[in-house]
Design a protein around this ligand. Structure first.
Ligand code: AR6
Length: 172
């Protein structure tokens, strides 16, 4: 697992994850950047066939003009103070994206900081969930890149990735 700062659409990995909305209708932020780089018409048509996506779930389309072969569209939670299941839904986004990508045969995947833009999830809490789900997973996907678009998120990922992993079975 590694952290990288920049535009996720430029990454040459098997799959990139999109922070989409439940209609899979396209939007701003990373979703807008992915639609623009993949090709708006083709990607919108592919998304329209998927029948939407529930928060915490993930669905795939081809990457079209992107270097990535696949786009895994996931829908993060809207932050409503933290007592509305936001953590469970955000963790599920990471897990389900890995499952869908693995089923397609992807062996490398890049994630944006899901929900931390328009959806308002606090950056530190979201980064902690991303790192802990990716650390705990037994997914066969060998390479996961956490893509940050801003300096604050990059520093959070770097701090969390350099912290020692708790010993299995050791004190919490
Ligand atoms: N590459 C990597 N990360 C990016 C890029 C990029 N090109 N552009 C933005 N980010 P957001 P959300 C970061 O708002 O909070 C859309 O309209 C950004 O700095 O894209 O899950 C959808 O259609 C932030 O850290 O997604 C939904 O309606 C992170 O990506 C809604 O926004 C996520 O910010 C989803 O909101």
């Amino acid at each position: 697992m590694s952290a990288w700062q920049g535009d996720i659409t430029r990454l040459d990995v098997d799959a990139i994850v999109n922070a989409a909305n439940s209609a899979l209708a396209g939007g701003g932020g990373v979703d807008g950047a992915i639609h623009a780089a993949a090709g708006r018409q083709e990607l919108s048509a592919a998304c329209a066939n998927l029948g939407g996506c529930e928060p915490g779930d993930a669905k795939a389309t081809p990457g079209f003009a992107l270097p990535a072969t696949w786009i895994i569209h996931t829908v993060g939670p809207v932050w409503r103070g933290g007592a509305h299941g936001e953590e469970r839904v955000l963790a599920s986004c990471y897990r389900r994206s890995l499952e869908v990508a693995d089923r397609l045969g992807a062996r490398s995947i890049a994630f944006p900081a899901i929900s931390t833009g328009v959806y308002g999830y606090p950056r530190r809490l979201a980064a902690e969930i991303a790192v802990s789900v990716l650390r705990e997973t037994d997914s066969p996907i060998g390479r996961a890149v956490l893509v940050a678009f801003d300096r604050e998120t990059t520093e959070l990922y770097e701090q969390l990735l350099s912290a020692p992993r708790p010993a299995p079975g050791g004190p919490a």
